[in-house]
Design a protein around this ligand. Structure first.
Ligand SMILES: C[S@@+](CC[C@H](N)C(=O)[O-])C[C@H]1O[C@@H](n2cnc3c(N)ncnc32)[C@H](O)[C@@H]1O
Length: 217
């Protein structure tokens, strides 16, 4: 995938500098991030990869909650990483930042836990497949793969709400998620149906959290 071939954090039309404010306004961010953090349950000494870390909010949160965990943030967008670096400096936390796509997750060694939030709804289908595979491959046996995203939009109301995201990120990459692609792909990788462990209706659609053991592959 060429270096420029990605949808930036705030979508095709708005600057990445607007992303953090938009997210707080449109996704009930504090609620789903707290639940994602609880599901991640970071422990001292663990090496944790945040795929598509964007402006770094979740990577920083993990490090603040568990200062003895080693956090690696991966994102293809230099502008998002620049914001992440500044935010981490202000927060006084040390995080290792790298440039790369989800499919590059295997290039940084093995991790105890690999997490991704709000990334797969805005990437092409072939990258959803390759990125999910790479997340599982990069996770140690007995570790944890965690994904928070707009997955299947089950109700009429949530499908209407998700149109806000679709207008920002484009229909081609987002519609497969609304139709259940993430659930199908996780079932294919894990060999058994994967249902969300938690979900939240937001002004921009339902955000679901999936938790999988890489040994289940
Ligand atoms: C909506 S933002 C989410 C950022 C962050 N994970 C969060 O929870 O706030 C999506 C991020 O995914 C990144 N991204 C886009 N395509 C990607 C890909 N193929 N692999 C990994 N990250 C990608 C974008 O640069 C952007 O920073």
């Amino acid at each position: 995938m060429p270096e420029a071939a990605f949808t930036p954090a705030a979508g095709r039309f708005l600057p990445t500098s607007a992303y953090d404010r938009l997210l707080a306004l449109l996704t009930r961010e504090a609620t789903w991030r707290a639940n994602l953090l609880e599901a991640l349950a970071p422990k001292p000494g663990e090496r944790i990869l945040d795929v598509g870390c964007g402006t770094g909010s979740f990577a920083i949160l993990i490090k603040q909650i568990e200062p003895d965990a080693r956090i690696v943030g991966l994102d293809p967008d230099p502008e998002a990483r620049r914001i992440a670096v500044t935010k981490a400096e202000i927060a006084g936390v040390e995080i290792e930042w790298h440039s790369g796509f989800a499919r590059d997750a295997t290039n940084f060694g093995q991790f105890d836990k690999v997490v991704s939030s709000l990334v797969f709804h805005q990437v092409p289908v072939e990258e959803k497949r390759a990125g999910l595979e790479a997340m599982f491959t990069a996770t140690k046996p007995g570790g944890l793969v965690l994904i928070a995203d707009y997955a299947e939009q089950r109700s009429w109301l949530m499908r209407q709400a998700f149109k806000i995201v679709q207008s920002a990120d484009g229909r081609t990459n987002t519609q497969p998620n609304a139709d259940g692609f993430l659930e199908q792909e996780l079932e294919r990788i894990c060999g058994a149906p994967q249902t969300a462990v938690w979900s939240l209706d937001t002004p921009t659609g339902t955000i679901s959290i999936f938790s999988a053991d890489p040994a289940s592959r």
